[in-house]
Design a protein around this ligand. Structure first.
Ligand code: UGY
Ligand code: MN
Length: 246
């Protein structure tokens, strides 16, 4: 299936068959798929799929005024963060790093790793202190029920804290279950299908999506999802929150 990739009004769909790896200086020759960057206006995020060779990685410092979120898809990545030491992040592990944090990311010596990275400028608000670093694993807490039976969510960042300017959430749907409305909202999304398949309504269009697909949704892009009847579906969703874009 090489024909599912799409650029529509207010959205993109990128499937594995569409990947065309790039490089970024911080990762040397290790391939980086730029799923979205601010070149894809009006995106305010960079979201990248990074493949690390065994023992590969990078030693960096988060740029001044930027923040990053890491989510490990495959393999195990060791993350050294100034102030919090060394953490092994297996698949499903994640970390949030604020501005100017020195860090090192490294795949295990004998196994490659893949991770998703979200990069954006931190948007301070009033006298709220910027958040500190944090890390965890998707299995640290169970998924919470929602008003829709068969639809559960797991929040990876503290959704009630307005110091954070984005959320990362895992949304999980039983077979045939979906969102209960077509949403149209001010926030943008970067979406990675972690499991299963389903139908995504994007603007006036419908797209069949499956694990490993990526969707960018611009602000106000009408959106709706229904999981395939064949099995559960899940996605990892970036959403900017607590700000209004001025
Ligand atoms: O929270 C959300 O905006 C979410 N329900 N959107 C989505 O899944 N496309
Ligand atoms: Mn939404």
């Amino acid at each position: 299936m090489t024909d599912r990739g799409a650029l529509g009004l207010g959205y993109t769909v990128i499937t594995p068959a569409n990947h065309y790896p790039s490089r970024l200086p911080e990762f040397g020759d290790q391939p980086v798929v730029k799923l979205v960057t601010p070149r894809m206006a009006p995106s305010r995020i960079g979201q990248y799929l990074v493949s690390l060779d065994p023992g590969g990685g990078t030693t960096q410092r988060i740029g001044e005024g930027f923040e990053r979120f890491f989510y490990v898809l495959e393999g195990t990545v060791t993350l050294f963060m100034a102030g919090s030491g060394r953490t092994a992040l297996a698949a499903g592990g994640y970390a949030y790093l604020p501005s100017e944090t020195p860090y090192e990311l490294r795949a295990e010596d004998d196994t490659p790793a893949r991770l998703l990275i979200v990069k954006r400028r931190y948007e301070a608000h009033g006298d709220l202190d910027a958040p500190g670093s944090l890390h965890g694993h998707r299995d640290d807490e169970s998924f919470a029920e929602t008003a829709v039976e068969g639809f559960t969510r797991r929040e990876l960042l503290p959704v009630g804290d307005p110091a954070f300017d984005f959320n990362m959430s895992l949304l999980r749907f039983g077979p045939g279950v979906g969102l209960d409305k077509i949403e149209v909202h001010d926030e943008e999304h970067g979406l990675w299908m972690t499991e299963g398949a389903g139908t995504y309504v994007l603007g006036a269009d419908e797209h069949e999506v499956q694990a490993e697909d990526f969707i960018y949704m611009a602000p106000y892009c009408p959106q709706g999802f229904t999981a395939s009847p064949a099995g559960p579906a899940e996605y990892l969703l970036y959403k900017d929150v607590w700000r209004d874009g001025f």
